[in-house]
Design a protein around this ligand. Structure first.
Ligand SMILES: [Zn+2]
Length: 207
């Protein structure tokens, strides 16, 4: 979030941030995709609280921090506790991805499809992933020399250490097992979440 320059954001991305900050309770303005004073103030409030949570929770590696800072505040707190539990086992784990705007989700969905290069990494189109609502993160396991391990038994060990009530793990999914993936349990289905998020009425889920 902090790395984003407001001037470079497309209107859709501004709208996305407004929805997220509306859910957080820091944005009271219109959901109009226009970057104005209220959006600016909401970003400052959000960034300030994110930094406070970081100081309280102890800092992690740069990549994990960058990913965690894109999450909603409730998920930031949970992701930090999660990562601390996992690192406590000695596993070399980082949080390598957090929130994606609809545009970013769309780019990811198109990877490996429609003649685009890369391998298929998601079945979720824009608006179909908890990553699109600030509620989900992915981990990566790394070797002692910094090499990335895309799979392996370490992902099960990470879940054994990190999973607690209130979190959901993609490793427990049946349709598409996704062991790097974690999300806050919202208790409602994704379509309902999306409707509420877009309408600016998802606040209770983010409290
Ligand atoms: Zn994921």
């Amino acid at each position: 979030m902090e790395a984003m320059m407001s001037l470079s954001l497309a209107s859709d991305d501004v709208l996305f941030m407004q929805r997220l900050w509306r859910a957080e309770g820091t944005y009271k303005g219109k959901l109009d995709g226009e970057w104005g004073a209220q959006t600016e103030a909401a970003q400052q409030a959000f960034d300030s609280e994110s930094r406070r949570i970081e100081v309280l929770g102890g800092g992690f590696d740069t990549r994990s921090e960058a990913s965690i800072h894109t999450l909603c505040l409730r998920a930031q707190r949970e992701a930090r506790r999660f990562l601390a539990r996992v690192l406590g086992t000695g596993l070399r784990v980082r949080i390598i991805s957090g929130t994606r705007t609809y545009a970013e989700q769309d780019r990811l969905y198109r990877q490996g499809r429609f003649g685009n290069p890369g391998r298929i990494v998601t079945n979720a189109e824009a608006g179909e992933s908890n990553h699109n609502f600030g509620l989900a993160w992915d981990i990566g396991v790394f070797t002692a020399t910094g090499g990335y391990l895309p799979d392996g038994p370490e992902y099960d060990r990470a879940a054994a250490a990190g999973l607690v009530p209130g979190l959901e793990w993609g490793g427990n999914w049946h349709r598409l097992v996704d062991k790097p993936h974690y999300q806050l349990a919202t208790g409602i289905d994704l379509a309902d979440l999306r409707t509420r998020f877009e309408a600016g009425s998802a606040g209770p889920l983010y409290a």
